[in-house]
Design a protein around this ligand. Structure first.
Ligand SMILES: [Zn+2]
Length: 411
């Protein structure tokens, strides 16, 4: 059974221990120590990493602790290299990582207690990730409500209250105002944020709320019947602020407005964009009619500047409505867009023509006998146009051949 140093002394980052057992855990070397300050992943808090160094050896020759696993009575350390049973080792925790976890975890107690006290909204679960930590609340909260709980949590942080560790029996715990009924029986470990929160928890916490630094809620989303809130404490809160500062200052520079004017400026741009698209569509429609009048002929094969696939379709529709025609239109800009169309009664399978073109020049597309469109054709435009003209002309002459044959039979 491993004695867990972090239960009573979460600030212990270096300790001496003896290797009680050495074995393989899922194909990797592992040990159980008689005592450890490494925290195994549990209760929403990630595991500790660090090094184990055999007594008498320089710390540079230490073995890396890659994972720390809770196995009921024991704590398993997964290692980069095997260690022998009976060896005396010095353990060193990656303190930067661990202290970050302590800040986030204690911050979570304070934030959850704030929602509980101000809004009677319970925390259903907690998860701490490498970047983002979340709590799931029983009910949804507006941003205004979130700000009030955030204010309350930060007030407790700035009052620098004591965070004490207490051990009580589960019978004693029944008489105490715990925020949440404990899930286990026997000896309970309580985390006591002075006159603010009392919770059963096996994790690691800072000893005074001031060390949390600050707490910010960064996002909220609907989750089941409640809400999932993302939050950041201490150094993570600073990192979140810096990321926001970077993107806001970039946007402010691009739009030449003050930060608080950003939402209105973006909204204005969206309205302007919509108006422009509407105007452009009006111009395209009337210009398409002009282009159609200019191009109208029994066979039209053209590459048109400044028209997109939609515009080409509009022109093709205008031409085939005006006169009996077979039409192949291309854009001049890459990737080349193509539209094949025919008037009712004209003998042509537009989809077959497009298929013949894409088989030869690549690209893709599809459609129906009267209208097909595609894009991404490779090759130079004059070659593609010559091939298209041949295909349109051949369809026309096939049609004439069939008609004369029919006439002959009739005659
Ligand atoms: Zn905790």
């Amino acid at each position: 059974m491993t004695s867990r140093i972090y239960y009573r002394d979460p600030y212990c980052r270096s300790f001496e221990a003896v290797v009680a057992r050495a074995f393989e855990h899922e194909g990797r070397p592992a040990v159980v120590l008689d005592r450890t300050a490494f925290y195994p992943a549990s209760g929403g808090q990630p595991f500790d990493i660090g090094t184990l160094t055999q007594r008498g050896e320089p710390s540079a020759s230490g073995v890396d602790v890659l994972d720390t696993i809770d196995a009921e009575d024991d704590v398993i350390h997964v290692l980069s290299k095997p260690l022998a049973a009976g060896a005396t080792v010095t353990g060193e925790i990656d303190w930067r990582r661990r202290f970050d976890h302590m800040q986030q975890h204690t911050g979570q107690h304070v934030l959850s207690a704030a929602f509980d006290r101000v809004f009677d909204n319970r925390t259903v679960s907690f998860h701490m990730g490498a970047e983002v930590s979340t709590i799931d609340l029983a009910r949804e909260m507006s941003w205004e409500q979130i700000a009030r709980a955030e204010d309350e949590a930060n007030r407790i942080i700035w009052e620098d209250r004591e965070v004490a560790i207490r051990f009580v029996s589960s019978e004693e715990a029944l008489r105490l105002p715990l925020r949440k009924e404990p899930a286990r029986v026997g000896l309970l470990r309580l985390i006591d944020v002075a006159d603010f929160d009392l919770s059963a928890c096996g994790g690691t916490h800072v000893s005074r709320t001031g060390a949390i630094g600050a707490i910010v809620v960064t996002a909220t989303e609907k989750f089941k019947s409640g809400a999932r809130l993302s939050f950041a404490c201490g150094s993570r809160a600073l990192r979140v602020f810096r990321t926001l500062r970077e993107s806001v200052s970039g946007s402010v520079r691009a739009l030449s407005v003050l930060p608080q004017e950003l939402p209105a400026a973006i909204e204005r741009m969206q309205v302007e964009g919509k108006d422009l698209r509407r105007t452009l569509k009006k111009f395209q429609t009337s210009l398409a009619a002009h282009e159609a009048a200019r191009l109208a002929a029994p066979i039209v094969v053209e590459a048109l500047d400044a028209w997109d696939a939609n515009g080409l379709k509009m022109i093709a529709a205008e031409i085939t409505a005006r006169t009996a025609a077979a039409v192949a239109l291309f854009s001049t800009s890459a990737p080349v867009a193509v539209v094949i169309a025919r008037s009712p009664g004209v003998q042509l399978d537009a989809a077959a023509v497009l298929r013949a073109l894409t088989e030869r020049f690549g690209g893709r597309g599809g459609g129906k006998p009267d209208l097909a469109q595609g894009g991404g054709l490779a090759g130079n435009t004059p070659d593609i146009m010559r091939a298209a003209r041949e295909l349109l002309q051949r369809s026309g002459s096939d049609h004439q051949g069939q008609t004369s044959a029919g006439e002959r039979t009739q005659g």
